[in-house]
Ligand binder design. Structure first.
Ligand code: BGP
Length: 500
């Protein structure tokens, strides 16, 4: 069997990196609005302020000190405020998706467009209407919407007034927000992803955490900051997992056809050598990510969880009912992002605890200009790893290469490197389906149109099949241009993956 009939070819984006319109339509302030642009190996920053007006700064991954709150600072450029302006270009952009033959579009809803403070009594009708229009426009073109309920985003108010996800009070607030969406679009949207890349969340930027941990305050490195607050992070993510199980329950009550997915960053991990400490180290390192999908997919914390918590002297606080809800409402499918592989080297200190964004380099692989190893076979490896482990449908909801593109005078962009990257990855997907028998629902490459980079806040790190005229300072017409990869991917979608 080749790609099955109805395979969902498409593309993915997230509100905080694509939408813009940050204070329009009654939208409230989100933490993602406060993250500055960085650069390759220069972390993005979040400025914060204490009650008395004293200011400080942390990086994404770090927490703000207790008693301080994030601010949008005058004179600083914040790339998400306009981003690539889907808010004002949605019709044109969905027409481009349709032209490519998309069967599916994965996008996220901005929580503060729906509940501007996160704990408002009533939803913001104008925000809901915006997504009504987006969904209807997709359906008009026979594009199946796949909604991410939370993608690197949260209302600032929930961080500052509640301490973010460290507070269980966010569970019912999130369930209320998700229920609003599930009810509104119950006959229009079937595929949902609860939380984007739950295994890489941390600190203030995605969990709204504040902390007086000395290491966090001093640290300027994402890695050290996230390790310093690991205990806090695991507790906060537990609340997200419990909230997701409640959402799955509600979703199936609203419409039993709803397909609820969890989502993790699962770029693969290899041992650097066959030294047993590298082999077991790589296996063990992978568990720092799989711990979350084990809960989502199996409904309970795995035996090795305590070992991970012990590394941080952390004791998980469960409340009555948590275990039951997790067991009763696992995910229907597993979504994941795949960009690269990482090599685990027992002697390297560069590895992070979250999902493996750093490690020793792999001499067998070429790297992108941002140093991400390109590894199509790794995708087949991960597809097999996950299908063997969970035996439930998989969905690749992000894949792609960030690169520097050149817009030619005639409006063309010659991005052969991107075509090569995708062709090689799609071939491996095909083998995973045909030879290995993996059940794969669909494929939505990341940033099908250029969006702001999550990691660096750059515009020049482009992923799209469509080029958007804007730069790292936000200069440009925002005009859309089709890259060579646009025409290539159109053939792939239209031939159901036969013409590569
Ligand atoms: C994933 C995120 C996306 C996206 C992608 C590419 O981690 O879910 O939001 O941005 O990575 O990463 P980057 O933008 O840092 O190149």
């Amino acid at each position: 069997m080749s790609f099955p009939k109805g395979f969902l070819w498409g593309g993915a984006t997230a509100a905080n990196q694509y939408e813009g319109g940050y204070l329009e339509g009654g939208r409230g302030l989100a933490i993602s609005d406060m993250i500055t642009a960085g650069a390759h190996q220069v972390p993005r920053k979040i400025y914060y302020e204490y009650e008395d007006g004293k200011e400080g700064v942390t990086t994404i991954g770090g927490s703000v000190p207790k008693g301080a709150h994030g601010i949008v600072k005058e004179g600083i450029y914040y790339p998400s405020h306009v981003a690539t302006d889907f808010y004002h270009h949605y019709k044109e952009d969905i027409a481009l998706m349709a032209e490519m033959g998309f069967k599916c579009y994965r996008f996220s809803v901005s929580w503060t467009r729906i509940y501007p403070n996160g704990d408002d009594e009533m939803p913001n009708e104008e925000g809901l209407k915006f997504y009504d229009m987006v969904i209807d426009e997709c359906l008009k073109h026979n594009i199946e919407p796949l909604i991410t309920i939370l993608h690197f985003d949260m209302p600032q108010h929930l961080a500052d007034a509640y301490g973010g996800w460290s507070n269980r009070a966010l569970i019912p607030l999130f369930v209320k927000y998700a229920t609003t969406l599930l009810t509104r679009w119950k006959d229009k949207v079937k595929y949902w992803v609860n939380i984007n890349e739950v295994n890489v969340l941390g600190g203030y930027w995605t969990l709204g955490l504040s902390s007086d941990n000395e290491q966090t305050k001093k640290s300027n490195a994402v890695m050290e900051a996230s390790i310093a607050d690991a205990g806090l992070k695991y507790q906060a993510i537990h609340h997200l997992l419990v909230a997701s199980a409640h959402v799955n329950k509600v979703a199936h009550e609203i419409n039993s056809d709803n397909m609820m997915g969890c989502m993790l960053a699962l770029s693969g991990i290899y041992p650097a050598t066959c030294h047993p400490d590298d082999v077991f180290g790589a296996y063990d390192f992978r568990r720092h990510a799989l711990i979350f999908s084990d809960v989502y997919m199996r409904g309970y914390y795995p035996g090795y969880a305590q070992g991970i918590f012990d590394e941080y002297n952390f004791t998980l606080k469960m409340e009555e009912g948590d275990e039951e809800i997790l067991r009763a409402h696992p995910s229907d499918f597993m979504a994941f992002s795949y960009y690269r592989t990482t090599t685990f080297d027992r002697n390297s200190e560069k590895i992070t605890t979250t999902g493996g964004q750093q490690g020793s380099s792999n001499p067998y692989l070429k790297e992108t200009p941002w140093g991400w190893p390109v590894d199509p076979v790794g995708l087949r490896y991960v597809l097999n790893e996950l299908y063997d482990r969970y035996q439930k449908p998989l969905f690749i909801v992000e894949n792609g290469m960030g690169n520097i593109d050149v817009l030619e005078a005639d409006g063309s962009v010659h991005d052969d490197y991107r075509i090569d990257y995708f062709r090689d990855h799609v071939k491996e997907m095909k083998k995973a389906i045909e030879i290995d028998g993996v059940n794969l629902l669909g494929y939505t490459p990341w940033g099908w149109i250029d969006v702001v980079s999550a990691g660096t806040g750059e515009m020049k790190k482009r992923y799209g099949f469509v080029y958007v005229d804007t730069d790292d300072q936000g200069n440009g017409s925002l005009k859309r241009y089709k890259k060579d990869s646009f025409y290539w991917y159109k053939k792939v979608c239209e031939s159901n993956g036969e013409e590569l």
